[in-house]
Design a protein around this ligand. Structure first.
Ligand SMILES: CC(C)(COP(=O)(O)OP(=O)(O)OC[C@H]1O[C@@H](n2cnc3c(N)ncnc32)[C@H](O)[C@@H]1OP(=O)(O)O)[C@@H](O)C(=O)NCCC(=O)NCCS
Length: 165
C-alpha cells in the first residue's frame, strides 16, 4: 500500500532526490523542513517501499490568496467573498521514478488531503504553481490556467469533490 508521510529529515535522504529541476531539489533539501517547523507549509513524501530512506516524490501544501479578477466571470461572482485557496506549492517526482504513475498518484493524494481539510476550513479552489513543462500534466487532470497567467492553474473544490467521491 502506498502512503505519503510528512518529510522527516532524520529519516529521508533529501540529498539523493533529483527531479531534474534544481529549484525543486533545493526546496526539498533546504527549505521544506524549516518551513514546516514554522507552520508555513507542510511537505509530504512518498517513500520507496524497498528503501524507505529514498524519496520517490514529494509535494508541499499551504494556502494562497485567490486573485478573483483572473477567474472566469461565473466563478468570480460565485466566490467573490472568498479569500484563500489551497495551494499545491510544489510537486515533483525523482527522475528514477518518472513515467510510472507516481506523479498522478501524488497529485490525487494531495487533492484528497485538501478536500478533507476543506470540510473543516472552507475554501473554494485548489491552486497549483506549475513549473514550465509540467503545465500539461496538470491540464490533464482538469486544472485551468488563471487568465493572463501561465504558471498558475486552479481546480474548483466542487469539481474535486465530484472526481474523488
Ligand atoms: C510532472 C511530474 C510530477 C510528472 O510525474 P510522473 O510520475 O512522471 O507522471 P506520471 O507517470 O504520473 O504521469 C501521469 C500522466 O501525465 C503525463 N505526464 C507526465 N509528465 C508530463 C509532463 N511534463 N507534461 C505533460 N504530461 C505529462 C503522463 O504521460 C501520464 O499520462 P498517461 O496517464 O496518459 O500516460 C514530474 O515529471 C516532475 O517531477 N516534474 C517536475 C520537474 C519538471 O517540472 N520538469 C520539467 C519538465 S522536464
Amino acid at each position: 500500500m502506498m502512503i505519503t508521510v510528512q518529510l522527516d529529515k532524520n529519516k529521508h535522504d533529501r540529498n539523493r532526490f533529483d527531479c531534474g529541476v534544481n529549484a525543486l531539489n533545493a526546496y526539498l533539501k533546504v527549505m521544506a523542513n524549516q518551513q514546516s517547523k514554522k507552520d508555513n507549509t507542510r511537505t509530504f513524501v512518498l517513500e520507496d517501499e524497498n528503501k524507505p530512506k529514498h524519496i520517490i516524490g514529494y509535494y508541499t501544501l499551504t494556502m494562497a490568496p485567490i486573485n478573483l479578477e483572473l477567474l472566469p466571470n461565473k466563478l468570480q461572482k460565485k466566490h467573490h467573498n472568498a479569500g484563500s485557496g489551497g495551494l499545491i506549492a510544489r510537486l515533483a517526482v525523482d527522475k528514477r521514478y518518472k513515467k510510472q504513475g507516481y506523479g498522478e498518484w501524488l497529485l490525487i493524494d494531495a487533492l484528497k488531503k485538501l478536500l478533507l481539510v476543506s470540510e473543516t476550513v472552507g475554501f473554494p479552489l485548489v491552486i497549483v504553481d506549475a513549473k514550465d513543462g509540467s503545465i500539461e500534466f496538470y491540464e490533464k487532470f482538469g486544472f485551468m490556467a488563471f487568465q493572463d497567467t501561465v504558471n498558475k492553474l486552479f481546480l474548483t473544490m466542487a469539481d474535486i469533490r465530484v472526481s474523488l467521491t
